[in-house]
Each structure stands twice: as C-alpha cells, then as structure tokens.
Design a protein around this ligand. Structure first.
Ligand code: F6R
Length: 243
C-alpha cells in the first residue's frame, strides 16, 4: 500500500481530490465509488471547486456509494443519500440517474443487493473506490466479523459504530441499527482504492489495517490483498505509522 502523510485535514482533502481528478481524466465513463461521513467532506468541497473551474467534468461519470442506513428514506436528513446530494451531487454536473446509492427502504434485500452488484458490473466495474475507515476498522459498513463478506449485503451495526455515528442524530436511540453495504469483495473488485483517514481516533485502526495481520476482525486489513491501494492520512492519523 502506498501511504501519503499530509500535515492536516485540509491538505489531505486537497491531495485526495487531486488524486481522484487525475484518475477521472484518464478515462471516459469513469466509475467512481464514493463514501459518506466526516472524512470526505473536504475532498468533495475540492472536487466541487475543480468542477466549477471546469478542471474536471462529471457529465459522463457514474458513481456507486458504499452504504446506506436501513430504515431511512432518501429524503431523511441523516440518510447517506441526503448527505451525498448536500455535499456533492447538487454542486457538480453529474447526471442524477448516474449516481447510485444503496436504498434504505427495500422490502427484499436479497434481490436488491444482487441487483446493486449487477449494476456495478454493467457499468464496467468500479475504477476508483474512495473509502474512509471506522475507529473499529470498518470499511463501508463491514463491521469486525468472523469472515470477510463478499457482495453487497445487510448488516447489524456494532455498538461502537452506533456510538460514533450518534453525533449526527438528536439521540443515540435515533441511530438506525442496520445498514446495507457493499461487501469487502465488492470493494476489493475495484480497480484502484483510495482510503482517506484523519484524526487521532483513527490512528490505531489505520496502523492495524496496513501493518497488522489480514483478519476479518479488522475489516480494513483486507486492503492488503489488493495490489493498488493508496492511503492518504493526516499527521494525527499517522501517529503510529511514523514510529
Ligand atoms: C461511510 C462509510 C464508513 C465511513 C467511516 C468513517 O459511507 O463507508 O465506513 O467511511 O465510518 O466515517 P467518518 O469519516 O465520519 O469518520
């Protein structure tokens, strides 16, 4: 894995946006995998700036988001769909039908998850997948488990993830307990992966992901099995990487 250490969140966000922009310029009908959460907000701001300045064009870009809470409608202000429109899609020239976010309101998730995988395949596979990491090492909503998951599936969120994400809700009781997420296999099938990490609370997880054993109890360690992964971290997140 290639690791780039930046001085702070802002520098990480600029570097990540530049990385994505360079990849986007290489190919028509680029397929971009996207994440939500606090970490990519700055990256998305920089991508919006580049799109406004006409440095990059989203008109033929296809996107697939990693995950969504189950039980939240796409118009709910804590849904990942809402987040994506607020923080990126409303501000760039993407064609809305090209932006895919797993649905949080399906009745038949077995069929839906297979269809989500099929849509990725029909688009030609993901060229670049952007990832954050949870403080427990999750990627997407692939929580620590006994084995690595493969395709898009539903999951029960762990107490630590519910606690981490409760900062966005009025109370911890409002945080959904289940989610739909691309699997570790779906993520590893992307041609290229970019993980961005910021803050001291992620330092241990990112160290173990890169240098620890490949173990489903640390889901991000699966990235060691991929041949083209870049990790952009700020200094706080790099605390253990530098020792
Ligand atoms: C969100 C996602 C999650 C987050 C992770 C870190 O789509 O896939 O794995 O990347 O929970 O979240 P933040 O960036 O809020 O610390």
């Amino acid at each position: 894995m290639k690791v780039i250490v930046c001085k702070d969140y802002d520098e990480m966000s600029i570097k990540a946006a530049e990385f994505i922009a360079e990849e986007m310029k290489k190919k028509k009908n680029f397929v971009l995998g996207l994440a939500t959460g606090s970490t990519p907000v700055g990256t998305y701001k920089n991508l919006i700036k580049m799109n406004t300045n006409k440095e990059i064009d989203f008109s033929d870009v296809v996107t697939f988001n990693l995950d969504e809470y189950i039980g939240l409608d796409k118009n709910h202000d804590q849904s990942f769909a809402y987040f994506m429109y607020e923080n990126l899609f409303n501000h760039i020239n993407i064609v809305n039908t090209n932006a895919h976010i797993p649905s949080g309101t399906e009745t038949d998730y077995d069929a839906y998850c297979q269809e989500y995988e099929a849509m990725i395949e029909r688009a030609g596979g993901i060229d670049l997948q952007l990832l954050g990491i949870g403080s427990n090492g999750h990627i997407g909503f692939n929580e620590p488990a006994d084995e690595f998951s493969d395709i898009t599936h539903t999951v029960d969120l762990t107490e630590s993830t519910i606690k981490d994400n409760s900062r966005f809700f009025n109370s911890i009781d409002e945080v959904p307990k289940r989610a739909v997420t691309m699997g570790i296999g779906s993520i590893l099938r992307a041609k290229k992966i970019l993980m961005i990490v910021s803050g001291k609370n992620k330092a241990k997880a990112v160290y173990e992901a890169i240098h620890g054993p490949v173990d489903p109890k640390m889901p991000a360690s699966a990235l060691q099995k991929h041949s083209d992964v870049t990790v952009i971290v700020d200094e706080d997140a790099a605390t253990y990487l530098k020792k």
